[in-house]
Design a protein around this ligand. Sequence first.
Ligand code: MN
Length: 225
Amino acid sequence: MYRELEKAIEYSFKDPTLLEEALTHPSYGKTDYQRLEFLGDSVIGFIVSEWLFKEFPLSDEGKLSKLKHYLVSKKNLACWSSVLNLHNYIKVGRSLSKENISEHLHILADTFEALTAAIYLDGGIENVRKLINKLLETHFEVEKIDLLVDPKNELIKFVSKNNLSCPEYNVVSISGPNHKKVYEVECRVGEVAVTKESSSKKEAENEAAREILTILKACQTTKNL
Ligand code: MN
């Protein structure tokens, strides 16, 4: 049942019940992944920090923290989870439909955390290190992340350096039912405005800041020609 998955993670479990536990959502009503998730969170933090420490010998701790913050984020762990197709193996109760699992980023991320703890308990830290280092080497582009980490902060730095007006953020609208709200947020720098939607206000602000930064940079390049 888990053969394909074990191939993807390049690890075979001595105790498959650990793997099963890591892939059992609380709604299923059996021993679920929450305790493993708790442990996995720290295991990932350790391995990611160790990798960053060795990979970026010239970076200060501020930059390392930023990168770590991104790498252990729900968004990134959900991405790694999808790379391994974990959503195909998660056992959920009837309250959750299996087809929509891949839309629940937190479930994807939590399952990845639980999986790392299960590998750690079953096969030791070395096997977790192998898996995470491989994901880091194949699914992490540091050049992209630099900007992605904190676009709002990058935007502030950019406008002050170029004497532009201070960025303003406004919630244009909130729609959708309570459990699935959509925030529409506008980011404005002087005459330039960008509107973005997301289920989180912060994410919408980040997206808008990221795009406006790209626009402002392009304008600046044209001006300098
Ligand atoms: Mn979690």
